[in-house]
Design a protein around this ligand. Structure first.
Ligand SMILES: Cc1cc2nc3c(=O)[nH]c(=O)nc-3n(C[C@H](O)[C@H](O)[C@H](O)COP(=O)(O)OP(=O)(O)OC[C@H]3O[C@@H](n4cnc5c(N)ncnc54)[C@H](O)[C@@H]3O)c2cc1C
Length: 304
């Protein structure tokens, strides 16, 4: 277990910018994320961010940013965070490869992207059998038959948490290749949670979810379905820590502070304009606020 002053979750513009400032200020920082999985990695040509010599693809900015962050003194770990919780002295973060880190402060910079499973009816049953957060709604499914939809570590982590309440769980990849590492696979095996490549195409019931249909035409009874595609994002962490939200985004003050002491948030995860400049500004604000808090320097500026 390693201790940090700050753990940043998410290697997009917001997280990387925060890491630059924190590293330069000698705040012991690690950034955990996968740059190629963020929104900007999909941008083919970036022309509205200042100072670029030509119009590079978004991925180039991200790769350059990670190298710059390391030069500034912050650490970078290519991994995915699957759990974030409060600990005695701050926060404990667990990654998909089951590495555990502790920190005094956290910045959530996981972006705004929330993938849909493309299941017909999934939106109609939200909160009525279809759910997105086991920490919030898992207890509703004691001893009930539940599907978890997702192909990565986030789905595995949600299923393991659900196993506290029921032993009737299957994880469905929707036909996507499995991206769950060996450590989590072993835990799933221990709990007898099976993985299925089958694709759920439709959910049905009235008014609560009763069944799911598969692409091969089969239909099976289910009382719950948890959407756990992609990574554990801002909403997952926000719900776990009990952060105040507004319109589905994490609520922050002008310094990027959330409603829970020690937790900052930055970028798309806090709503507003979905632009690089906005996220970079948020990352800068959060980092300077942390530097001021941890070092007790009220008027900190970085102008060397
Ligand atoms: C196709 C496309 C083109 C775009 N073009 C432009 C443009 O030209 N100009 C512009 O200003 N903006 C553009 N944008 C928008 C811009 O990319 C976003 O506004 C910006 O990237 C948001 O930055 P962010 O750091 O807040 O979030 P993101 O860039 O989404 O980064 C969040 C990061 O967190 C990671 N993450 C999420 N969950 C976890 C977890 N559990 N553990 C670890 N990491 C996690 C994600 O994988 C991602 O790497 C474009 C977006 C798209 C999709």
């Amino acid at each position: 277990m390693t201790n940090y002053d700050t753990i940043i979750i998410g290697a997009g513009p917001a997280g990387i910018q925060a890491g630059l400032f924190l590293g330069r200020a000698q705040v012991k920082t690690i950034l955990i994320g996968m740059p190629e999985k963020g929104a900007l990695a999909y941008g083919k040509i970036i022309s509205n961010y200042f100072g670029l010599p030509d119009d590079p693809p978004g991925l180039t900015l991200l790769q350059n940013g990670v190298e710059q962050l390391k030069r500034c003194g912050s650490e970078f770990l290519r991994d995915e965070v699957v759990d974030l919780k409060q600990s005695k002295d701050g926060f404990e973060v667990t990654t998909a490869t089951l590495k555990i880190f502790n920190s005094k402060t956290v910045i959530i910079a996981t972006g705004a992207y929330i993938p849909s499973a493309g299941i017909r009816g999934e939106k109609n049953f939200l909160g009525k059998g279809v759910h997105t957060c086991v920490a919030c709604d898992g207890p509703l499914f004691k001893k009930k038959k539940v599907a978890v939809v997702g192909n990565g570590p986030h789905a595995a982590e949600e299923a393991l948490e659900l196993a506290t309440f029921t032993d009737k769980i299957t994880i469905y990849s929707q036909g996507s290749p499995w991206e769950i590492g060996e450590a989590l696979l072993a835990k799933l095996k221990e709990k007898n949670i099976p993985l299925s490549d089958k694709r759920i195409t439709e959910v049905a019931g009235a008014p609560l979810l009763k069944s799911a249909k598969f692409s091969d035409g089969a239909e099976e009874a289910f009382e719950g379905l948890f959407l756990a595609l992609g990574t554990a994002g801002g909403t997952t962490f926000s719900n776990k820590l009990g952060l105040e939200q507004k319109d589905g985004f994490i609520k922050i003050d002008k310094d990027g502070k959330t409603s829970v002491k020690g937790v900052w948030a930055a970028g798309g995860v806090t709503g507003g304009n979905l632009q690089i400049s906005k996220s970079v500004g948020d990352g800068c604000n959060a980092a300077i606020s942390i530097i001021r808090t941890l070092k007790g320097i009220e008027n900190y500026v970085d102008q060397t």
